[in-house]
Design a protein around this ligand. Structure first.
Ligand SMILES: Nc1ncnc2c1ncn2[C@@H]1O[C@H](COP(=O)(O)OP(=O)(O)OP(=O)(O)O)[C@@H](O)[C@H]1O
Length: 282
């Protein structure tokens, strides 16, 4: 499958501080790819480099078939959407007028405003002045701004960090629909449930290096002990290792009607991250 992002040997040094060190990854066309890592691990720096806001210290980068010296061009910027900590709105204008300006900037049809407001659960708030919106509402308008010109590739830095669970779930569904319609998404998150639910692949970043990268379910399988966790009808909880002796015993327990629930051990992405780096994903 075609790669829309190719990163080879990326390094970024701020003064003496090595923020990214020999980072390699690709994002395939049509994927939702997640960069996971604790604060300071280099997620935002990666997005800023891939969107032309920062220059790499070294390494080969290609996004949508263009090298980093093209990232400032209108042709590149019109094909990507960005939600980052630098994204801003005109506070004194309404939500609708903000989006109208961005439509003009990208030559997008004005009908996209209603479509995009629906995607971010803000269809009733178009007439509100931005300065009067809550933090979560502003976050959703910023997301609308990133999507208004129907970009091929979207970079979302912590897209749901300011949202309540209801709106986060709504945005997740919206992003899944957008992705099903063909948009490639690269997002960063501290939220392992979000990553597990949304991402086709995730990369664990720690101290500017990728520590692990794969499909979330494949990672959970890889780092599973494969032990069986059983709850008996009497409420006893048992952990049994995955071998022939246990299988015989479990078979007998099932035949005797003693098993209430049974599942194999699958660690969360957060537990895997902790195991690999000794750090929580927060
Ligand atoms: N403009 C800058 N000047 C100097 N150092 C910077 C700059 N931007 C980032 N850094 C450093 O680079 C490292 C990675 O920062 P980055 O913002 O990419 O982390 P992050 O994973 O996005 O963190 P968070 O989850 O808190 O946003 C940190 O050590 C940070 O202090």
């Amino acid at each position: 499958m075609e790669n829309v992002v190719q990163v080879n040997g990326l390094r970024k040094v701020f003064h003496e501080n090595i923020a990214m060190d020999d980072v390699h990854f690709n994002v395939k066309k049509g994927e939702i790819f997640g960069l996971l890592g604790p604060s300071g691990s280099g997620k935002t720096t990666t997005i800023k480099i891939l969107t032309g806001e920062l220059k790499p210290s070294s390494g080969d980068i290609e996004v949508l078939g263009m090298k980093s010296d093209m990232f400032q061009t209108a042709s590149f910027q019109s094909q990507i959407g960005i939600l980052s900590d630098n994204s801003a709105l005109y506070e004194r204008l309404t939500v609708y007028d903000n989006l109208k300006l961005f439509c003009k900037l990208y030559s997008a049809p004005l009908q996209q405003i209603a479509v995009t407001l629906r995607e971010v659960n803000m269809e009733k708030e178009g007439g509100k002045v931005v300065s009067k919106l809550s933090k979560g509402m502003k976050q959703r308008v910023l997301l609308a701004k990133a999507l208004i010109h129907q970009p091929k590739l979207v970079f979302l830095d912590e897209p749901t960090s300011a949202l309540d669970p209801g709106n986060a779930a709504y945005i997740h569904r919206g992003l899944q629909k957008l992705n099903e319609a063909g948009t490639t998404i690269l997002l960063t998150t501290h939220n392992m449930e979000e990553a597990t639910e949304l991402c086709d692949r995730v990369a664990f970043l720690d101290q500017g290096k990728i520590q692990e990268m794969d499909n979330p379910d494949a990672l959970r399988y890889k780092y599973s002990t494969h032990n069986f966790h059983i709850e008996t009808v009497e409420g006893k909880k048992l952990v049994m290792i995955n071998d022939v002796k246990s299988a015989d015993k479990i078979g007998q327990m099932i035949a005797d009607g003693q098993v209430k629930t049974m599942h194999t051990d699958h660690p969360t992405l957060g537990q895997i991250f902790l195991k690999l780096t000794g750090k929580e994903l927060v």
